[in-house]
Design a protein around this ligand. Structure first.
Ligand SMILES: Nc1ncnc2c1ncn2[C@@H]1O[C@H](COP(=O)(O)OP(=O)(O)O)[C@@H](O)[C@H]1O
Ligand SMILES: [Mg+2]
Length: 248
């Protein structure tokens, strides 16, 4: 069996008395769109924090291309090509959209400079539909534009694995369609995408496989159709506002 691009094995993360992740394991193959769902507080964002070196797992291992990345600082993980967007967008609000994306181009895996960086930034602004807003201050963007800027900043680091944390949150239905087609385009361009998403119909529509977390534990994993019929998954969502698209 070929080695997975990303292999998470037995990862736990404790915050004081709270076990936010409890021995979670899964593997992501190169070129997959891999969905991660679960009720609020399930540990999804914490999982991404562990993947990109923003949090150090309390136990377990994370391997990328066969090498350990758990315990590395965030910059070292980003420079290896694993990057995430933030659920709460974090632009430099007093910088323009173009400047925000340029920051990513200068750091990350690509480390572009000068004209090469500028042309790469221009291409990313086009791809994410932000070109008309390139000279606007990031603090003036709508929520939809801010989410696209998060993606653009991440893309500028030239990742091979892009972890998207609720990039469709707060978007209207046509913006969600736009985000879904952008994600498909990224995958076609060779990226591997991990996708935390509350809009379950979007995750089901996009993902090759889905991991379901509940109270820090993996309760299901597999192809979307089977996962969404799993009684453990259905009962995890009872009592929550059923996410859009959850089968009844
Ligand atoms: N830095 C932190 N310190 C303490 N508790 C945290 C921290 N980050 C997350 N948590 C807690 O861990 C649990 C999982 O949170 P999170 O990963 O954000 O869940 P999700 O993204 O699935 O909604 C929650 O109970 C949350 O309050
Ligand atoms: Mg979260």
């Amino acid at each position: 069996m070929p080695e997975a691009l990303l292999a998470v094995s037995g990862v736990s993360k404790r915050f004081g008395g709270l076990l936010a992740l409890n021995t979670v394991s899964f593997e992501v193959e190169a070129g997959q769109i891999y969905g991660v769902i679960g009720p609020n507080g399930a540990g999804k964002t914490t999982l991404f924090s562990c993947l990109v070196g923003a949090a150090r797992p309390t136990a377990g291992e994370i391997r990328f291309r066969g090498g350990r990345i758990d315990g590395l600082p965030n910059w070292a993980v980003v420079s290896r090509g694993v990057v995430r967007t933030h659920q709460i967008v974090r632009p430099f609000r007093q910088m323009t959209v173009r400047e925000n994306v340029s920051v990513g181009a200068h750091f990350g895996a690509g480390r572009r400079r000068g004209a090469e960086a500028a042309s790469r930034v221009g291409a990313i602004l086009e791809k994410t539909g932000l070109a008309p807003r390139a000279e606007a201050l990031a603090g003036t963007l709508t929520i939809g534009e801010s989410k696209r800027l998060e993606i653009a900043r991440a893309l500028a680091t030239e990742p091979s694995v892009l972890c998207l944390d609720e990039v469709m949150g707060g978007l209207n239905p046509s913006e969600i369609q736009g985000a879904m087609s952008l994600i498909r385009t990224l995958r076609e361009a060779g990226l591997t995408v991990l996708l935390i998403e509350h809009h379950v119909h979007a995750v089901v529509g996009l993902s090759d496989r889905i991991l379901v977390l509940n109270f820090g534990e993996r309760i299901a994993e597999g192809a979307p159709a089977g996962v969404m019929r799993d009684p453990a998954v259905i009962s995890a969502y009872l009592g929550e506002d059923a996410p859009e698209g959850t089968p009844s």
